[in-house]
Design a protein around this ligand. Sequence first.
Ligand code: 5AD
Ligand code: SF4
Length: 455
Amino acid sequence: MDTEHGSAIAGTAEKAAPTRVPAPAPPRVFLETYGCQMNVADSELVTGILRRGGYEATGDPADADVILLNTCAIREHAEERVLGRLSDLLRHKHERPSVQLGLLGCMATHQRERLLDRAPYLDVIVGPDGYRDLPALLANGVDPQIEVRLDRGETYADLEPDLGPGPRAWLSIMRGCDKFCTFCIVPFTRGRERSLPPDAVVQHVEAAVAAGKREVVLLGQTVNAYRADGVDFGELLRRIARVDGLERIRFTSPHPSDVTPSMIAAMAEEPKVMPYLHLPLQSASDPVLERMQRGYTIDDYRHLVAELRRRIPDLAVSTDIIVGFPGESDDDFAATARWLDEARYDFAYLFKYSAREGTKAYRLDETVSEDEKGRRLKRLIDRQEEISLERNRAWLGREVEVLVEGPAKRPPGHAVGKARTWKTTIFPAAEVEAGATVRVRVESATAHTLAGRPA
Ligand code: 5AD
Ligand code: SF4
């Protein structure tokens, strides 16, 4: 299967003795990632596993022997996108029947039975706890190979991921979720909560720094529920802050119920922990929060944000909100709309409720029509855009410290990076040095970006 590919690397064959048979080119893998940052980190893990299993990564499906999609099941729309993309990629298998097509991640667990009806051409279907077996499953060939069992012990702590480009590393520190919010499929697709040992986390951070990373983002579905070997999330932040050469620590996503004094103190006292918090709210109406089984009231949440803002100067805060949860009345929605004005988030991810089979809420009657969900969503988006703009404009004339990621897409001659608050910031730069930290005086702002000049 590699004869054509072989010629592509013929340039390197000149050095080999003419009598020696050239080694076959390693099989190539194309891996595309959907969904959350956790999936991005999982894809880096999978890339590492497959590289050690003798595979080579390619960015072009037309050039691949194995095509994998790492998928998301959080909303119906996410699953539909993947199914559409799969039938599109199927053409490579028609052209080259030896190509193996695989589906990884949350959809694999969620859709396990149905997947082979909808996509009978799949060669492998592997859930989030089965990635170690991927090389073996791919080698088995013939019949579709399915590994969607959840494993409450699997953390992949011993495996080094193949980190992507840029100055930032995304590192999983815990997996799974025990919260069972009634709308959410994650506890079913990713299984029970488990944390990597703190020593393993520190090792991964050290390896990332040795590979040139300046910033780490610690990942977990409820990242601040982290606990292992007697170390809680606050203590873990402090341990990571001691890693030399590391400049910035971030994490996502924390759950409000797991915000502890230890975590707040570490954020307030460790200069390497960035002043930014993504704190998913979901709804500002207590009856809705109750039916979602979120474990807090809006008053609990309000006090939490006030305390965090009191302790951490210039803290930026973002959130997730769902509109149209079953039973969400006009009054419930009005409470959430009012809350945006009180909370003044720096930005927000706003979603229409999507019923997920297998969750508790799936059995509730949907009382909010799609049209009404759309209207509610638009109202929140419009208001939040105004607030985001005001929050960004508050930085005009001030200096921000930007960790440079690379050249900005536009305008030409500019560099882009993140301020400490996670705000995307652009500035003119003749030469762009990814990983450098530049102080920028903010001169203009949109709802999504700050712009300025090196101070
Ligand atoms: N429908 C809509 N949004 C959802 N989320 C999780 N499950 C659903 C669902 N069934 C949102 C929540 C969560 C974010 C990652 O996705 O807001 O915080
Ligand atoms: Fe889903 Fe709730 Fe767990 Fe977040 S905390 S992953 S919303 S069940």
